[in-house]
Design a protein around this ligand. Structure first.
Ligand SMILES: CC(C)(COP(=O)(O)OP(=O)(O)OC[C@H]1O[C@@H](n2cnc3c(N)ncnc32)[C@H](O)[C@@H]1OP(=O)(O)O)[C@@H](O)C(=O)NCCC(=O)NCCS
Length: 159
């Protein structure tokens, strides 16, 4: 009897291997949505080396049609790089990826699962809402590029 994942049009979700990375990066290049940085092969390789279960792929008939990274900080799981091939959208692929991420998060002991969502990405917002996620209070993402010049101190100017 064929396995559940071998049904036509029903992708399986599994952890990515290094052999998947060319296809993963190609998918990110064309389907990542609004992002400053779509993600590279060497970066994904470092992720797999450090945390082999963190990159999930949805595979339909041997083609990678979706990805999701499940990060873990010991308390929360953090979801990144949810991307589904345009021709595979609205077939529940992202939902399967997020369900699998939820199982991984539960296995790890996560008490919360967070997702990074661009405020202008209406399609993604529709998806995350449908998946049961909601916007978190007043939290904003704060970032620094390591090694970049620090802005001039304002305290000296105010003396
Ligand atoms: C957002 C994205 C991942 C959704 O993937 P998907 O596989 O098409 O989503 P699903 O089929 O699992 O959708 C499940 C439900 O989410 C909601 N949903 C999905 N896409 C939506 C959209 N574009 N607009 C509004 N709601 C949407 C719907 O309720 C949908 O159920 P329905 O199809 O029965 O109406 C996909 O559109 C994508 O890859 N976009 C580009 C990359 C991106 O923006 N990623 C998100 C980064 S945070």
């Amino acid at each position: 009897m064929p396995g559940w994942g071998t049904l036509p049009g029903v992708p399986i979700v599994r952890a990515a291997t290094t052999g998947d990375l060319d296809a993963v990066v190609a998918l990110w290049d064309r389907a990542a949505g609004p992002t400053r940085h779509a993600g590279r092969h060497d970066e994904a390789g470092r992720l797999l080396a450090r945390d082999p279960g963190a990159l999930l792929v949805a595979v339909d008939d041997e083609t990678i049609v979706g990805t999701l990274i499940v990060g873990w900080d010991g308390w929360r799981a953090h979801l990144y790089r949810l991307a589904v091939a345009p021709e595979a959208r609205r077939r529940g692929v992202a939902r399967r990826l997020v369900d699998a991420a939820g199982r991984r998060a539960t296995d790890l002991g996560a008490v919360r699962v967070d997702a990074m969502v661009h405020a202008g990405n209406d399609g993604a917002i529709g998806f995350w809402r449908a998946a049961g996620f909601s916007v978190e209070g007043d939290d904003r993402r704060w970032s620094l590029v390591p090694g970049a010049a620090a802005p001039p101190s304002t305290s000296a100017a105010n003396r």
